[in-house]
Design a protein around this ligand. Structure first.
Ligand code: SF4
Length: 412
């Protein structure tokens, strides 16, 4: 087992991660089922103030927390003007307490990135850039309906380095339809040559509602081949280890000390607060998600903000419904998220966080998967084996509690 910064230290119950969703994109990519939209730029002038208002609405509830990380995700946050980004960051800094070494990540699309914009984002305090590269082959980028070219990636990475970004993630997709192992190998080799601090490599999934899904449904494209994807994944694990990257999660690798602090919050089931259309939160013991549609999100925030001004109360009104998950669900979520980490579940840490021993609570499911070689455990950790990493979903579904018959109540 690798000694890696993913091993949880004692849980800091006052640490918080902030997620800020920017839902705008120049064009919708063929495989994308994120809450992102093309052609809604006219909403930007209302959206930025709404984000700032929502941040202010939540601030009293976060008074006892210190923020360890901020993640601008999307959508395409790198489309945000420097003035808007400065205004959002200023509001966050005014309203929340930040660790001096907080991680500030922003997702960028190479298509429109300019040197000036990169330098401006860096000057505003963004200290980690996550770029959607996906492939270094023109035809594969066309298949994915991405607008950029491999040459644009080369230029954007160089510009980001010149702007001072010394902590960079590059996102890649393998298991593309009709993609032989060698072509994935070429992409990964070219990307390793950029020497990014972090790499995320995801297998292509054909999500319902995407244009890729309809092309597959109509027989215009074949389904992705899971056996080829499994071979590509296994090769990736070996190659990235050789190149000095430690795998710390099913789909994530980093140079020493460069694991994504923000995403570790999710995998450790620690609190996070999501701002913006469709953003999810796990905060003050509740899970909730904002309204997806940006225009309705803006209306809901403005109503909540005006209601607060009228009543003088400092409490946040729900922008969207929430649920108080039952304990079995919370424990299963924590197990599933924790098993995504290569180090797996730290048994002592889990006991301290949840006041129960995972080996007892999940004894049957763990024994079943240990017998067939998908799970391994010792006195300190429970983790997926190499084979378990390939078949993780089979383990995860087995950890879920039986569905409850009664609907979960919605909080006021
Ligand atoms: S740029 Fe990212 S968020 Fe936007 S459509 Fe493409 S994959 Fe989705």
């Amino acid at each position: 087992m690798t000694e890696h910064p993913t091993t949880p230290s004692a849980v800091d119950s006052h640490a918080l991660a902030l997620y800020v969703h920017i839902p705008f994109c120049t064009a919708k990519c063929g495989y994308c089922d994120f809450n992102s939209y093309e052609g809604l730029e006219h909403l930007v002038p209302e959206y930025t103030p709404a984000l700032r208002r929502e941040a202010a609405l939540w601030a009293p509830a976060a008074r006892d927390f210190h923020v360890r990380s901020v993640f601008f995700g999307g959508g395409t946050p790198s489309l945000t003007s420097l003035d808007d980004l400065a205004a959002i960051i200023a509001t966050l800094r005014e309203q929340y307490e930040f660790d001096a070494d907080a991680e500030w990540t922003l997702e960028a699309n190479p298509t429109e990135l300019t040197r000036e914009h990169l330098a401006g984002m860096r000057a505003l305090g963004i200290n980690r850039l996550s770029m959607g590269v996906q492939s270094m082959h023109d035809d594969e980028l066309t298949l994915l309906e991405r607008l950029h070219s491999p040459e644009r990636v080369v230029a954007a990475v160089a510009d980001a380095r010149a702007a001072g970004f010394d902590n960079m993630n590059l996102d890649l997709i393998f298991g593309l339809i009709g993609q032989p192992l060698e072509r994935w190998q070429e992409t990964l080799e070219r990307v390793i040559a950029f020497e990014p601090e972090h790499l995320s490599c995801y297998a292509l999934t054909v999500e319902p509602g995407t244009s890729l899904f309809y092309r597959v449904q109509k027989g215009l494209l074949a389904e992705p081949d899971p056996d080829v994807a499994a071979d590509q994944y296994e090769w990736t694990r070996v190659r990235l280890a050789e190149a000095g990257y430690a795998q710390y999660e099913i789909s994530n690798w980093s140079k020493p000390g460069r694991a994504c602090r923000h995403n570790l919050t999710y995998w450790r089931a620690e609190p996070y607060l999501g701002l913006g259309a469709g953003a999810h939160s796990f905060f003050i013991g509740r899970r909730f998600a904002n309204i997806d549609a940006p225009n309705r999100y803006v209306e809901a925030v403005n109503e909540a903000f005006e209601a607060r001004a009228a009543s003088g109360t400092t409490a946040m009104r729900q922008i969207a419904g929430g649920e108080v998950p039952d304990r079995d669900t919370l424990l299963a979520d924590a197990m599933i998220l924790g098993l995504r980490l290569i180090d797996g579940i730290d048994i002592a840490g889990f006991r301290a966080q949840w006041d129960c021993d995972p080996r007892t609570t999940f004894a049957d499911a763990l024994a079943r998967h240990e017998r067939i070689g998908l799970i391994a455990s010792d006195d300190r950790h429970i983790r997926l084996t190499d084979r378990g990493l390939l078949l993780a979903n089979e383990v995860f579904v087995d950890l879920l509690p039986e569905p409850v018959a009664d609907p979960v109540p919605t909080p006021d």
